[in-house]
Design a protein around this ligand. Structure first.
Ligand code: PLP
Length: 365
């Protein structure tokens, strides 16, 4: 069996360290706030090359809080790529703004700059740059547009821990970065977790206050915020796992290189492109294949688990029927039926990846 994800195997690799970290948190009752959280925030800020890191309850909260922290005029337009997880666009509506979908590139699947440019209006207040599948968006031209037209750039880094654009880690290249530590992400907690990264002291202060009830003292509140915490236990687990992240990322890259090498000439199979300025951390390895359902089913019979990210691009979801934006000409909205995510992760041995390769080659020969 070639698994899509194997968190139990990952745990076996680091069990003693994890167990003692969790025990320490319990013994010191550092459940909320405290030393383990502060330690992880500082380690993760430094890992992502950001001045500040604020732990929050999950990646969706990170996006909502980051957007709220920017104090945009109500009803602002925020451009979101059409292929992403719904959290990227949901956070826009939940904070009182308007989702405007843009198309994606047909090679690396991140947002298309020409599409973004064509959608900019007077009320465009931000763009959510989703570093999808672990591939960074092309940031320089996006930041130029942002400067020229006066909008913010929010990075959705939920799939891109450690990814780099031209040698810079994602998360503080734009104005603010949002991370998820959902268990299946490249850096995953043992439950929910998330973080916001930024180089702006103002944004940092705003995010911290919003996530902590607008608090300035225990029972003194400057405004109504909310409760969104990364708890001590998750922070302690994440501190342990962060030490292994580079090694796990290297294994992902090795697996991707093996796929790229051995699947390059398979008829009917299109491989993802890594731009030469990108350190792609391969949260997912997504290929395009014509008869996706059939290939997925055949692979399942051969004991190979795959996934689809995502079966419906965001504009194709019922949740966005209310938008009066015509996205039928988007590459993203036509392409969702061909996407197939191959097994990818630090759990795969070379023999596992080769089984995926040989099975695909046989099926598509
Ligand atoms: C996982 C994910 C999120 C949301 O993170 P949660 O921690 O599950 O709330 C947001 N954006 C993208 C692109 C994701 O993959």
């Amino acid at each position: 069996m070639v698994k899509f994800l194997d968190l139990a195997k990952q745990y076996q690799e680091i069990a003693p360290e994890i167990n003692s970290a969790i025990t320490d948190v319990i013994k010191s009752s550092a459940f909320i706030g405290g030393g383990y959280l502060e330690k992880f925030e500082s380690e993760f800020a430094s890992y992502q090359s950001a001045e500040y890191c604020i732990g929050v309850a999950n990646g969706t909260d990170a996006l909502e809080i980051a957007i709220e922290a920017l104090d945009l005029p109500p009803g602002s337009e925020i451009i979101v790529p059409a292929n992403s997880f719904i959290a990227s666009s949901e956070a826009v509506s939940r904070t009182g703004h308007r989702v405007v979908f843009c198309d994606c590139n047909s090679d690396d699947y991140t947002l298309s700059l020409s599409s973004v440019e064509s959608l900019i209006t007077q009320t465009t207040a931000a763009v959510i740059a989703v570093h999808l599948y672990g591939h960074p968006c092309e940031m320089d031209p996006l930041l130029e547009l942002a400067k020229k037209f006066g909008f913010y750039v929010i990075e959705d880094c939920a799939q891109a821990h450690g990814a780099e654009y031209k040698g810079h880690r994602v998360g503080a290249i734009g104005d603010v970065g949002c991370f998820s530590f959902y268990p299946g992400k490249n850096l995953g907690a043992y439950g929910d977790g998330g973080a916001i990264t930024t180089n702006s002291e103002h944004i940092e202060t705003r995010c911290r206050m919003i996530a902590n009830h607008g608090r300035i003292d225990k029972y003194d509140h400057l405004f109504e915020g909310r409760n969104s915490r990364l708890d001590g236990m998750q922070a302690a687990v994440l501190s342990v796992k962060l030490k292994y992240l580079d090694e796990w990322t290297s294994r992902r890259i090795e697996c991707a290189e093996l796929y790229l090498k051995h699947l390059s000439c398979v008829p009917g199979l299109e491989l993802p492109v890594r731009k030469n300025w990108a350190k792609q951390v391969y949260h997912l390895f997504v290929v395009r294949v014509a008869d996706r359902e059939w290939v997925q089913q055949e692979l399942r019979h051969l004991g190979i688990q795959t996934g689809v990210h995502y079966p419906k691009s965001l504009p194709n979801l019922a949740a966005y029927d209310y938008l009066e934006q015509d996205t039928t000409k988007f590459f993203a909205t036509q392409n969702d039926r061909y996407l197939l995510s191959l097994p990818m992760g630090e759990h795969l041995e070379g023999a596992d990846s080769m089984r995926v390769v040989s099975s695909l080659r046989e099926l598509l020969a």
